[in-house]
Design a protein around this ligand. Structure first.
Ligand SMILES: NC(=O)c1ccc[n+]([C@@H]2O[C@H](COP(=O)([O-])OP(=O)(O)OC[C@H]3O[C@@H](n4cnc5c(N)ncnc54)[C@H](OP(=O)(O)O)[C@@H]3O)[C@@H](O)[C@H]2O)c1
Length: 269
């Protein structure tokens, strides 16, 4: 038993050494990119773990939140100037535009924007015929329109990047109309289908621009509710690294299918 624990500790130490080396090399070679991620305040969820993974990889990160997060403040203590915490409520155009000014002043440009923030209404586990239609509007305003607001407001900052800037919209298999199997969670599914449509519309508008690219991504089944006993297979920390590597792999692909999974497979719209 003790040997098992020692081996696990050694493996973890090796992993941390590799992360620190990557971080150092990237900074020494001045290859750090500017990354912005929305919805990052919960330490057990995907957004925060993406922030952590990009910081560990040596990048500069703008982490947006709609309220103060102690977990992010602790990261700020560790990573200092490389982490900018910005308040942004994506349900408000004014808040998003204000945040864009703030980010431009702080960091100048963006190389990667990850739209991760999401909202879903309570009670939506009810089937279609029993769902409260009036509670769908807020989900839609945050998860779908909020994503579009952020893309539009931060587009000029992405265009100021030197290489191929990238927008990643975190979608879900639940947004696929072709593969739809549920009769519930109508608000979430409709909002994600709309995110996919917005992704394609932006793609069509910028297809001939060699300086910007976009994908929508199903990130996999991830334990993002903070419950240890959750049987869902992926930890948010592992999932975040899988996604980070995937985004770099697809950054320059302007021809392939736009809706992909965390396993780098095409997914039907
Ligand atoms: N977990 C999975 O298995 C899974 C599967 C498929 C897709 N996804 C997608 O992956 C992404 C991350 O999932 P998650 O479970 O980690 O998300 P989450 O924890 O439910 O929420 C992400 C963040 O969105 C923020 N948010 C809500 N309303 C906002 C607003 N008006 N303005 C700004 N931020 C707002 C929340 O902020 P507060 O902390 O302030 O509430 C929260 O921190 C989501 O897009 C989700 O749809 C997840």
């Amino acid at each position: 038993m003790q040997h098992e624990i020692d081996r696990t500790t050694l493996a973890l130490n090796d992993q941390m050494d590799t992360i620190r080396r990557m971080e150092r090399e990237k900074m020494e070679q001045n290859m750090a990119q500017n990354v912005m991620i929305t919805g990052t305040g919960r330490s057990y969820a995907l957004g925060y773990n993406l922030v952590l993974r990009y910081l560990e990889a040596g990048d500069n990160v703008v982490a947006t939140v709609r309220r103060e997060s102690e977990a992010l403040l602790r990261l700020k203590g560790e990573y200092g100037e490389r982490l900018h915490i910005v308040n942004m409520d994506i349900s408000s155009t004014e808040s998003v535009e204000r945040a864009a000014f703030e980010v431009e002043a702080a960091i100048g440009h963006l190389d990667l924007l990850i739209n991760n923030a999401v909202l879903s209404a309570l009670g939506m586990e009810e089937d279609f015929l029993h769902a409260d239609m009036d509670s769908i509007l807020e989900t839609f305003n945050v998860s779908a329109l909020g994503t579009m607001r952020v893309m539009k407001a931060f587009y000029p900052l992405l265009k100021k990047g030197e290489g191929m800037s990238l927008i990643i919209n975190i979608s879900s298999e639940a947004g696929s109309i072709t593969k739809c199997f549920r009769s519930n969670y109508l608000d979430y599914a409709m909002a994600k289908a709309a995110v996919n449509m917005g992704t394609m519309t932006f793609y069509n508008d910028t297809k001939d621009d060699p300086g910007i690219n976009i994908f929508c991504v199903h990130p996999g089944w991830i334990r993002t509710d903070g419950r240890e006993e959750n049987p869902v297979p992926l930890s948010p920390y592992d999932a975040a690294e899988t996604l980070r590597l995937l985004f770099e792999k697809r950054r320059y692909d302007k021809e392939g299918h736009r809706f992909i999974t965390y396993e780098n497979e095409d997914y039907p719209f």
